[in-house]
Design a protein around this ligand. Structure first.
Ligand SMILES: *Cc1c(COP(=O)(O)O)cnc(C)c1O
Length: 370
């Protein structure tokens, strides 16, 4: 699958390395120009049936894959509204995992946080200690913390939560899914959610969720879960292949094309491609060791996301200048997120990027960093 050297926009493709939204392949983009159809008609049923079959393969699940017309945060809220009765343990190690806890608090739940420094991963033994205190309905965690580039070992952490009776595991894999291996059924995840605009390389506007049977049981008894994000409505819509609201049809047309492309690549190959891009980025940071700026990979070895690398810059306030200088050369990398803005920049090596394109942006970065 070769990539055309220029897209419909002003910038050629292969230069946009934000950790979301990510570059969208032209063929996927163009699918959005298709005429509207009735979202209650037979054409829609066929589309959703075919999508479901493909999404099950991509998500490594036998469960339905719900398609939500919302950004990923919408399904974070769904996770909380359907899966938490009153008390949540939020594993926090960056901006997005912090948001998960904030959403639960905003929904009126009692929230305890298991905080580790931004840039660290969560420790299964410590999670067990926290859960032993008891009283939690659910645990939230983020797979790939997009602010820090840390990859949590979701498989092990979920297994720890599963040692405790009736505690649900709610997982945000927004910048993980599509680039990092995740297996909701095998790993016992009660809710896995992701968004369209990260490693799935689609335009923003859709989110995807996989719910376990116990998540749906919990949802059936949930009070004040609202209407829009009621997972039982998603389940009903799935069974009839007829969604409970008008979905973002244009983005769904794009999804049809992208699912086919991903099935052709296969998830194993996609995961390996992301891992190679990440390893190249970490090696490049090592190669930059002699520079005055003082670069290092924020995440510790063994806990690094294959999709995004947060590069810490030792020289105070230099990071935003680097991002601007790269931009002036016609390339895009991400700035630091939240409190990491002055001290880091981020390379989003996810979606449909290639190693060759990544090498180009790393060369541009090397030129602008003293
Ligand atoms: C981007 C992101 C989100 C938020 O997604 P939206 O689509 O902007 O709502 C949540 N969690 C993580 C880990 C993310 O990277």
């Amino acid at each position: 699958m070769s990539k055309p050297s220029s897209g419909p926009g002003s910038k050629p493709l292969g230069r946009f390395f934000l950790p979301g939204p990510t570059e969208v392949y032209p063929e996927v983009m163009e699918a959005q120009l298709r005429p509207m159809i009735s979202h209650r008609g037979s054409a829609m049923t066929e589309i959703l049936q075919e999508l479901q079959a493909g999404l099950e393969v991509l998500f490594c699940t036998k469960r339905p894959v719900y398609i939500s017309t919302s950004s990923a945060t919408g399904l974070m809220e769904a996770a909380v509204r359907n899966g938490v009765r009153s008390k949540l343990l939020a594993c926090v190690n960056g901006a997005f995992s912090k948001r998960f806890g904030e959403i639960a608090a905003a929904c009126g739940h009692q929230v305890d946080t298991y905080d580790v420094p931004w840039g660290a991963a969560h420790d299964p033994a410590e999670l067990r200690n926290r859960l032993k205190k008891g009283g939690y309905d659910a645990v939230t965690m983020v797979h790939s913390e997009t602010s820090t580039g840390v990859l949590n070992d979701i498989k092990t952490l979920a297994a720890v939560v599963r040692e405790f009776d009736d505690v649900l595991v709610l997982v945000d894999s927004v910048s993980g899914f599509g680039g990092a291996e995740v297996r909701p059924d095998e790993w016992g995840l009660d809710f896995l959610l992701t968004g369209s605009q990260k490693a799935l390389a689609l335009p923003p506007g859709l989110a995807f969720g996989v719910a376990s049977a116990r998540m749906l049981e919990r949802s059936a008894k949930a009070e004040r879960k609202g209407f829009y994000f009621d997972l039982l409505k998603f389940q009903e819509g799935h069974e009839k292949f007829s969604p409970h609201i008008t979905p973002a049809l244009s983005t769904i047309f794009a999804l049809q094309v992208q699912v086919k492309r991903m099935l052709a690549e296969t998830m194993a190959v996609r995961w390996a491609r992301h891992q190679k891009m990440a390893e190249r980025t970490w090696a490049w940071v090592d190669e930059m060791k002699g520079k005055k700026a003082g670069l290092s990979v924020l995440a510790p070895k063994g806990f690094r996301s294959p999709c995004v690398t947060t590069v810490a810059v030792a020289t105070p306030d230099l990071a935003p200048t680097i991002v601007k200088a790269v931009s002036a050369k016609g390339w895009t990398v991400g700035g630091g997120y939240g409190k990491l803005k002055p001290s880091s920049f981020r390379v989003g090596h996810m979606g449909d990027h290639t190693l060759a394109e990544l090498n180009d942006v790393l060369n541009v970065l090397a030129e602008v960093i003293e």
